[in-house]
Design a binder for this molecule. Structure first.
Ligand SMILES: Cc1ncc(COP(=O)(O)O)c(C=O)c1O
Length: 399
């Protein structure tokens, strides 16, 4: 007899083309089914060591402190701020979307004084405004920027910001939640002191871990703190004693999630970083070409658009929710809507990790054409797909 008070788990198969999570490889799914071992088992220690090595390669860093934090990307963000900021510290934070705003909220909760360097949602934070903010303060402890602003589709340039952080002796913290594994991230070469990400986007692993890295200079700032980090769970000194040779118990590591991350990182190593960025670029460019050929407008500032997430302005007269629901219900495709001031104004289409395929680009453009036609939006039949195919069949290009 069936019990009406619960149901059996039977999730639908979705093509995940939203702002995350992305689809995962069957190999990552399989990894989560591997036998459970204890978090202090010598076998698990080997997997931890391997995961750290693979993460260093992905972040392109030699940083000793490199490991996944148990928790989603927001845990990475919180760890990136609460370990380095104390009451009285000054932080300059770039805000051109929702995740810059979230960083501000976190920094304020640490008791820091926050100087926001703002830009319109859909434009980069200009280096000149960053410099003006740094110059106006006696001492800035931390400069924080979002590399890939998922709420707008902007890829923030970091070269000048990194030089400025050095010049003004501030630590540089970068959020790479929507870039790591899909866009180039070179922590050491780019002079990034603290960097975090999330597993569920371009790494194509389920949500639940936040890859994290910090260099020696950053860790010296932690040692020089005058008071304890207010978060016990995210205290990097405590976490690193489990992730280093001592293996001191801190909390029970999410074993199956680390299996999954390990497998996702092996897949990245097999593909190669350069090939992976090129794949994301090729599919992101094909999507953009298709979107524009359909007469739609891209939202993010030209020259600074992410490969991993494309923001598209919703044409007037077209119903945002109806379109997204039709894509989901009739085609099994998930895309994202706008957030904050962009709610109802843009769609956000992700092509991240395992979801970044030529087939998904073509399927999505065909489905969108169908759905827009039902909204009486005039599209030349096949124009989007044709433009995308032309881009997909062009030789690999560079950004
Ligand atoms: C740029 C950025 N930072 C931080 C986060 C927070 O990550 P999570 O939702 O995994 O906590 C997200 C999530 O979308 C993000 O896109």
């Amino acid at each position: 007899m069936s019990d009406p008070s619960y149901q059996y788990l039977n999730p639908p198969y979705r093509i995940l083309l939203g702002p995350g999570p992305s689809n995962i490889s069957p190999r990552v799914q399989q990894a989560m089914l591997a036998p459970m071992v204890g978090h202090l088992d010598p076998y698990f220690f080997n997997i931890m060591d391997d995961t750290v090595k693979l993460l260093r390669t992905l972040f392109q860093t030699e940083n000793r402190l490199t490991f996944p934090i148990s928790g989603t990307g927001s845990a990475g963000m919180e760890a990136g701020l609460c370990n380095f900021l104390e009451p009285g510290d000054v932080a300059v934070i770039g805000v051109n979307g929702l995740f810059g705003e979230r960083m501000v909220d976190n920094a304020l909760r640490c008791g820091a004084e926050v100087i926001q360097v703002t830009a319109e949602w859909g434009r980069i934070v200009e280096p000149e405004t960053i410099e003006a903010a740094l110059k106006a303060q006696k001492r800035v402890k931390l400069l924080a920027l979002v590399h890939a602003e998922t709420s707008t589709g902007i890829l923030q340039p970091l070269t000048e910001a990194s030089q400025l952080a050095k010049q003004y002796e501030a630590l540089l913290l970068v959020d790479t939640v929507t870039s790591l594994g899909g866009e180039e991230v070179a922590v050491d070469d780019w002079g990034i002191d603290i960097c975090y990400s999330g597993t569920q986007k371009c790494i194509s692993c389920p949500p639940g871990l936040a890859p994290f890295t910090a260099n020696q200079k950053a860790m010296e700032a932690v040692e020089a703190r005058t008071r304890k980090v207010q978060s016990w769970y995210l205290d990097l000194s405590l976490l690193s004693s489990y992730w280093s040779e001592g293996r001191f118990y801190h909390h029970t590591a999410p074993i199956c999630m680390i299996y999954a991350l390990h497998e996702a990182l092996v897949l990245i190593a097999e593909e190669g970083l350069e090939a992976r960025w090129q794949r994301h670029l090729r599919h992101g460019s094909a999507l953009k070409a298709g979107i524009e050929a359909m007469g739609l407008t891209l939202h993010a500032q030209e020259g600074h658009r992410l490969s991993t997430l494309t923001s598209v302005r919703i044409p007037s007269g077209v119903d945002d929710l109806r379109v997204r629901q039709k894509l989901l219900n009739e085609f099994g495709i998930e895309i994202g809507g706008g957030l904050g001031p962009l709610k109802g104004r843009i769609w956000r289409i992700g092509l991240m990790g395992h979801s970044s395929t030529g087939e998904n680009v073509l399927l999505f453009l065909s489905a969108l054409e169908e759905v827009l036609a039902a909204e009486s939006y005039p599209v030349e039949p096949g124009a989007g797909v044709k433009a995308a195919i032309q881009t997909l069949t062009k030789k690999a290009e560079t950004k």
